[in-house]
Design a protein around this ligand. Structure first.
Ligand code: SAM
Length: 260
C-alpha cells in the first residue's frame, strides 16, 4: 500500500520508522511519503493560514497550497482516496480501517488551526473520494496524531505485517461474529504473579472450554464498559449460555434482542 501524508509538521511522523510499521516499510509492505505543505507556498514567510471569512477566533488553512500540493501528489486521473481528519467527520472504526487497508493508495491531509478551507475538500471530491473522519468526540491541536492513529490501525491489517494474522480476527471490533464484543482479559507467564493466579481454564488445554470462557469474558467486559455495543448483537447468534451471562450482567435478552 502507498500512503502520502501532507502536513506542516513532517517531524510528527518519526514514529512510523519504528516497531511494526517501521519493519513493514523496510520490508516493502507499506510505502509512506510525508510531504511538507509549505513546499507549495510562494511567499517569504511560507504562509499556510489566514483569517476566517465571517470573523471569529483562530485562523483557517489557505486553499492554494493544498490545491497545488494535491495536484502534484495525486494528479487528476491517479487512483487515490483522500482522508481529512476533523472532529466534525464520521467516526473512525475498525470496519473503516479494514476498508482502507484494501485500497492501493491513501492520501491524508493534516489540518491545523481551525481546519482547512472547505473548498479544498469540495474541489478534490470532483476527482477522487474524500472522507472527513473523526477520531472521537474531543479536539486535538492538529490532524497529525489522528493520522498516526489511522495509519497504524490500517497498516497492521496489511497482509504480512503481523506475525500471526489470526490475532486480527480476535481483536475487539474485528468484523465478523464477534464484531460487537470487546476482547476479554489476556494473560501470560508466570502462572501466579503476586498471589494472583491465571484463571485455571486457560491452563487446562481444553480448547472448547477456553473458547467458552473467552466469550463469557468478552460479553461481561462489553456489558461493563460499552453496554451500547450490546444493542448491535444479533440475538439469533446468542446461545443459552450467552443469554445467562448477559442476564447476570444486567442485560436480559428476549427473542428480538436486548430487553432493556
Ligand atoms: C484545533 S482542531 C480544529 C477544530 C475545529 N475548530 C472544530 O471544532 O471542528 C485542528 C485540527 O486538528 C485535527 N483534529 C482535531 N480533533 C480531531 C478529531 N477528534 N479527529 C480528527 N482530527 C482532529 C483536525 O485536522 C483539525 O483540523
Amino acid at each position: 500500500m502507498n500512503i502520502d501524508i501532507l502536513t506542516i509538521f513532517p517531524e510528527y511522523f518519526a514514529p512510523l520508522d519504528v516497531s511494526l510499521l517501521g519493519k513493514a516499510r523496510r520490508n516493502g509492505l507499506l510505502a509512506v511519503q510525508v510531504h511538507d505543505l509549505r513546499e507549495w507556498t510562494h511567499d517569504r514567510h511560507r504562509t499556510v493560514d489566514d483569517t476566517p471569512y465571517g470573523g471569529g477566533p483562530g485562523m483557517v488553512m489557505k486553499p492554494e497550497p493544498w490545491g497545488e500540493a494535491l495536484d502534484t501528489i495525486a494528479p487528476p486521473g491517479s487512483a487515490s482516496r483522500l482522508i481529512i481528519p476533523t472532529p466534525s467527520g464520521r467516526p473512525f472504526t475498525q470496519a473503516l480501517a479494514v476498508e482502507y487497508a484494501a485500497e492501493p493508495r491513501l492520501l491524508f491531509a493534516c489540518g491545523r488551526y481551525e481546519g482547512i478551507d472547505s473548498r479544498v475538500a469540495d474541489e478534490v471530491r470532483t476527482r477522487m473520494p474524500v472522507d472527513e473522519i473523526s477520531l472521537g468526540d474531543f479536539v486535538l491541536a492538529g490532524g497529525e496524531v489522528a493520522v498516526l492513529v489511522m495509519v497504524e490501525a490500517i497498516g497492521r491489517l496489511l497482509p504480512g505485517v503481523l506475525g500471526n494474522a489470526d490475532s486480527v480476527a480476535d481483536d475487539s471490533f474485528a468484523p465478523g461474529a464477534m464484531e460487537s464484543l470487546l476482547e476479554g482479559p489476556v494473560y501470560t507467564k508466570p502462572p501466579v504473579w503476586r498471589d494472583r493466579p491465571v484463571p485455571d481454564v486457560l491452563l487446562s488445554g481444553h480448547h472448547g472450554a477456553i473458547a467458552r470462557w473467552r466469550r463469557d469474558e468478552a460479553l461481561r467486559r462489553t456489558a461493563r464498559n460499552r453496554p451500547e455495543l450490546l444493542e448491535r448483537l444479533d440475538a439469533g447468534s446468542l446461545d443459552g449460555h450467552d443469554r445467562d451471562v448477559l442476564r447476570e450482567a444486567g442485560f436480559p435478552v428476549d427473542g428480538e434482542g436486548m430487553a432493556n
